[in-house]
Design a protein around this ligand. Structure first.
Ligand code: GDP
Ligand code: IMO
Ligand code: MG
Length: 420
């Protein structure tokens, strides 16, 4: 069974938790895009792990975790993550972690330019300032440095020199910033190269020989942060949609069986940009406090709002979703009423087509009755309060996709199958 799993909203849907759960019967977990802008949380035996680059399957023994060519890698972050896991008794070695030689490397000038550009922009994007956008820019403009270059001292020094010659002029002229010193970067990155070299693996050949293994592709971010289909320009710099999974891993020979979409039972967003169902009243405090809605990467408070089915319907189409996972249903408990956006209007008129800009959009809500019970210990769909069942049934009918799992808490076991 081969599955692509992606986020359907603005990220932080709980993908990490679902990947950790689902991969119990898979062999290989693959990240195919993004970088350490991602923060995927897995809570195991009361301990919280936040993964930025390593796939969320690493806590399960005997899984092979793969960082594909579509990912941008900050080597220091990756090495720190490996060390952190080892210190927490997680086995990690070139046997269970493999990195594509073609992944691009985040260099020290990337986070700096990310932060400087943000200051200069007319409309701040609210990036994670991890250098993701600038690294992808260099990849596309063909001056990027790949993992295979990092582990070749001569190639690395030539590419670093070339980049610094150009970038230091831009830093000085455009941003009045002093720029970067070749020697210190070279020495620092040669140390990283030594640590990471054993993990580099020609994924295409390696996995082509093992086509019968079962693969789980772990998307980062969410559909509305996609560089094409998201709320541009308030997006990330990679293709986050399911169709990029094979391209971003090079594993095009893997036949995909299903595309799982993960959505929170409400909506959140970190950073700037339009958000039709955003709340700014006591409900915002409710979701932020009960759902602990603070970024797993930057710690920024997440913006919160009601579930938006208009957005989700579009994500389902774009990602060709075959199964849904609804997370954080437990967070809704205790509300008298729950709103769900089922249509949009703009300037008083209801919209027939999906708008290309969400600016100025007003949501039209359908109201559902809430429930009071704590559902976090429930493991059978039939045991859920009737109101919670109605909520899930409505989502299924509206989106015309079956809900496969419902997550009701951060712990690994706090999940139930809908058994359609
Ligand atoms: P990701 O980026 O999609 O992997 O999601 P994050 O890890 O950034 O954010 C999801 C947060 O919600 C994490 O703190 C998870 O531990 C937590 N979480 C996941 N599923 C559930 C759930 O069903 N209920 C509750 N209460 N928390 C959850
Ligand atoms: P996971 O995988 C939530 C957002 C940033 C910002 C925009 C661009 O944990 O769901 P970037 O640094 O990528 O250039 O920032 O994208 N963003 C995320 N928001 N979850 C994420 O990842 C995100 N990755 C990027 O907040 O608005
Ligand atoms: Mg996250």
């Amino acid at each position: 069974m081969n599955t692509i799993l992606v986020g359907l909203q603005w990220g932080d849907e709980g993908k990490g938790k679902v990947i950790d759960y689902l991969c119990s019967d898979r062999d290989v977990v693959v990240r195919f895009q993004g970088g350490n802008n991602a923060g995927h949380t897995v809570v195991l035996d009361g301990k919280k792990f936040v993964f930025h680059l390593i796939p969320s399957g690493i806590l399960r023994k005997d899984k092979i975790c793969v960082i594909g060519n579509g990912v941008v890698i900050d080597p220091k972050v990756l090495i720190d993550e490996i060390k952190y896991l080892r210190n927490n008794d997680v086995d990690i070695s070139p046997k269970n972690l493999k990195i594509s030689p073609l992944s691009h490397v985040i260099m020290p000038y990337h986070p700096t330019i990310d932060a400087l550009k943000e200051k200069d922009r007319a409309h701040e994007i609210g990036t994670t300032k991890r250098g993701i956008g600038p690294c992808y820019m260099d990849k596309v403009s063909r001056c990027g440095i790949r993992m295979i270059d990092l582990v070749d001292p001569l190639e690395f020094s030539l590419k670093l020199k070339y980049n610094l010659e150009e970038k230091n002029v831009i830093f000085k002229k455009v941003y009045n910033y002093e720029g970067f010193d070749f020697d210190s970067i070279y020495n620092e990155y040669m140390e990283y190269a030594k640590v990471l070299k054993p993990y580099i693996c020609d994924l295409v050949e390696y996995f082509y020989q093992q086509k019968d293994k079962s693969f789980l592709f772990e998307g980062a971010q969410g559909a509305y942060l996609d560089v094409d289909f998201g709320t541009y320009p308030f997006v990330t710099s990679s293709s986050v949609v399911a169709s990029n999974a094979l391209l971003g891993s090079g594993l095009s020979f893997v036949k995909i069986d299903n595309n799982i979409g993960v959505a929170k039972a409400y909506t959140t967003r970190v950073g700037e940009g339009p958000f039709p169902t955003e709340l700014n009243d006591e409900f915002l405090d409710f979701f932020r406090n009960k759902g602990v809605e603070f970024g797993a990467t930057t710690g920024r408070p997440r913006r919160c709002g009601w579930l938006d089915l208009v957005l989700l319907r579009r994500s389902v189409i774009i990602n060709n979703i075959t199964d849904l996972v609804i997370t954080k249903l437990d967070v809704l408990g205790g509300l008298d009423n729950i709103n769900v956006c089922t249509a949009y209007k703009c300037k008083g008129e209801s919209l027939k087509d999906f708008p290309y800009s969400l600016e100025g959009i007003e949501p039209i809500y359908k109201e559902f009755k809430g429930w009071d019970d704590d559902i976090s210990e429930i493991r059978e769909f039939s045991q859920l309060p009737e109101e919670a069942k109605e909520y899930i049934d409505y989502i299924e009918k509206f989106l015309k996709v079956k809900v496969k799992f419902i997550s009701v808490g951060e712990k690994r076991e706090a999940i139930l199958s809908k058994n359609n």
